[in-house]
Design a protein around this ligand. Structure first.
Ligand code: NAP
Ligand code: ZN
Length: 374
């Protein structure tokens, strides 16, 4: 048996965990940079908790709130310049995957002079500002991964900076912050987390440990999916504390899974839908995942059955029905677009990471089955 497991992030999950465990941040410096999106960090209560916690510890802070969904390369260079100007000693990212990923890149670029063409090459000095992350969506697991995923206009897709030095020092998980999530974001992010756990099982890098975490994550998340419904306008007061906590826990576990395994063709294909058609990240994965699992089942039925069993369903049809109910009408693309997306997705690193490696034709077939082709 070979085990190779590395998870250096201190994960603390409880109500009011930031206030209760604020002293942990003291060792990272006296001046923090808080990185957020436009509104949600403030609206969900996380920003006021962290600023109070920092004040209690005698730590001063500046706020950089210019990160938008699917963060651009320009925005993280801008954030890093801000961090240098303010002489920030550590970075706190609050939000969904977008501000958390941006916080990681800012922590790297604040102390390393990397040109844009060097950003994704993986050749970094062992230096970044310490990173503290606070998820306000239950989906990406970025709070426990060494990845920062940015929109890459040169490659016309999303690409990741990957380095162990991007593992956050601390992840504070307080499910109260997910209370304000609109139902659509709750659904899309839950599906993203589910996709991470399932894809982790389908990679060549899956291990006993990653599979154990993946199965626990899939079980927890699929139990919660039954309570989600796109017809509910807002999840506030409709999702119980128990469900919000399970989703956040399942999402964190799935993050630990992909920190070890990486993702598969599902994410590569999803990135095309996000880049070219502006489809939300989690939704994009959810559109692709059922057909991708059918493809796996054709070649490795035992592997697909393990996933179905963890998801608590008896058949591929039952699995797909979960996604049909939650995602509604599928996006339309032309044949030409589909061929272009398949060509781009086929170039991605994670294609080779899959236990059953799809051909370009397989990818075209999966796109065709997953979307409405005009
Ligand atoms: P997001 O882009 O971070 O946020 C989506 C929307 O949700 C934003 O409008 C945001 O508002 C809002 N929001 C966030 N928290 C909220 C809350 N508690 N209440 C109300 N609204 C809230 O979405 P995401 O799905 O979490 O992250 C997607 C990104 O993560 C993608 O770029 C993806 O590539 C990346 N990702 C990274 C990893 C990794 O390992 N690093 C893994 C998977 C995905 P504000 O703009 O106001 O904050
Ligand atoms: Zn994802």
């Amino acid at each position: 048996m070979i085990i190779n497991f590395f998870m250096p992030t201190k994960v603390i999950m409880s109500e009011e965990c930031i206030i209760k465990h604020a002293d942990l941040m003291k060792e990272y410096g006296k001046k923090a940079l808080i990185v957020t999106g436009a509104n949600s960090a403030n609206n969900c209560g996380a920003l006021s908790d962290i600023t109070l916690a920092l004040q209690n510890q005698g730590i001063t802070y500046d706020i950089y709130d210019r990160i938008r969904s699917n963060p651009s390369i320009a925005s993280v260079y801008d954030g890093a310049a801000f961090a240098r100007e303010k002489e920030s000693e550590f970075v706190i990212g609050i939000g969904g995957g977008s501000p958390m990923d941006a916080a990681k890149a800012i922590a790297l670029l604040a102390v390393q002079d990397l040109k844009e063409e060097e950003l994704f090459l993986g050749k970094y000095d062992n230096l970044a500002l310490p990173i503290v992350l606070i998820p306000t969506t239950a989906g990406t697991g970025s709070e426990v991964t060494p990845y920062s995923i940015l929109t890459n206009d040169i490659k016309q897709t999303k690409t990741s900076i990957q380095a162990p030095l991007l593992f956050p020092k601390i992840a504070y998980l307080d499910a109260r912050y997910t209370k304000s999530l609109p139902m659509t974001v709750t659904i899309n992010t839950a599906i993203d987390a589910l996709s991470h756990a399932i894809e982790g099982m389908l990679t060549i890098r899956a291990t006993y440990v990653s599979n154990a975490l993946a199965i626990e994550s899939i079980e927890r998340i699929t139990q919660c999916l039954r309570s989600l419904s796109p017809s509910k306008v807002n999840s506030e007061n409709q999702l119980s504390k128990d469900i919000r906590e399970k989703l956040l826990y399942g999402s964190m576990l799935a993050g630990v899974v992909i920190a070890h395994t990486g993702t598969t063709a599902v994410h590569s294909m999803g990135y095309c839908l996000t880049y070219f058609k502006n489809v939300d990240h989690g939704r994009a994965n959810g559109l692709i995942l059922p057909s991708f699992l059918r493809f796996i089942a054709k070649h490795d039925i035992e592997l697909a059955k393990k996933v179905l069993s963890a998801a608590g369903v008896a058949s591929m049809d039952e699995f797909e029905a979960i996604f049909l109910r939650l995602l509604g009408d599928r996006e339309q693309i032309t044949v030409k677009e589909m061929e272009r997306f398949a060509a781009i997705a086929f170039q991605a690193k994670n294609i080779m990471n899959t236990k059953v490696i799809p051909t370009k034709e397989d990818i075209e077939n999966i796109f065709t089955r997953s979307l409405q082709i005009l």
